[in-house]
Design a protein around this ligand. Sequence first.
Ligand code: NI
Ligand code: MN
Length: 226
Amino acid sequence: MQLTFYGHSTLSVTVNGKTVLFDPFFTGNPSAKDIDIEKVKADFIFITHGHGDHTADLVSVAKKTGALCVAAAEVVGWLKKNGVENVHPLNHGGPVDFGFGKARGVNAVHSSSFSDGSYAGNPLGFVFTTPKGNFYMAGDTALTMDMQLIPLWAKLDFAILPIGGNYTMDPADAIHAADFIKCNKIFGIHYNTWPIVQIDTEKAKADFAAAGKQLLLPNPGETIEL
Ligand code: NI
Ligand code: MN
C-alpha cells in the first residue's frame, strides 16, 4: 500500500491497484499550497463528513476524476444536487465490497454540516479490509470507546488518526486510540494547518515512540510505502 499526503486530512491510499482519495481540500488549505490539484488521481473518493476542510474541492475533483464517491447518504444527496452522479451511500455498518477491498462505516464523534449550514448526516470513519492489507481512516473524531470494536473486524496494518487537538484527538488521545484499535503504525492528520490545531510534532513522535508506536508525519506531497 502507498499513501500520499496532501495536507490537513487530504490524502490518498493506493491499494490493490486502486487509488482511494479522502476528503479533498486543496483550495484554501495552507498545507496544500504546493500541490497541483490537476495531478491528483482518484478511482474512489471517501468523504468522512461535510465540513469545508473536508469537502472544499470535492465536487470539482469528483467531476474531474469520475471517481466513485462514497459517503453518508446526506453527503451523497448533496453531491447529486451538485451534479455528481457516481456515488455510493454508506452509513455506520457494512462491509461493502468495492472490488479492491471492503469498506465499513464506523463511528466518529464529531459533527457534520456543509459550509452553507445544510445537514450532512453523521460523521464517519472507515475501516478497509483488502487482500493487500487493512487500514482505518478515522476522519475527524474524539477518542471514543467504539474504536475498541475495530479489532473485531480487522487486523490493521496502519491507521490514519487526527492529532491536532481542539476539534479532534490530540497526540495523547491518539496514543490511547492506537491501543484501542491494536495498531502501532499511525499516520497523523488534521494538525498544523492553522494555529488552532498546532502541535509540537517532535514531542508527539517521541511520545508515540515511548509508547512503542510509530507516528508518521510526511510532508504534503510526499508518498510513503506502508
Ligand atoms: Ni470537521
Ligand atoms: Mn476537520
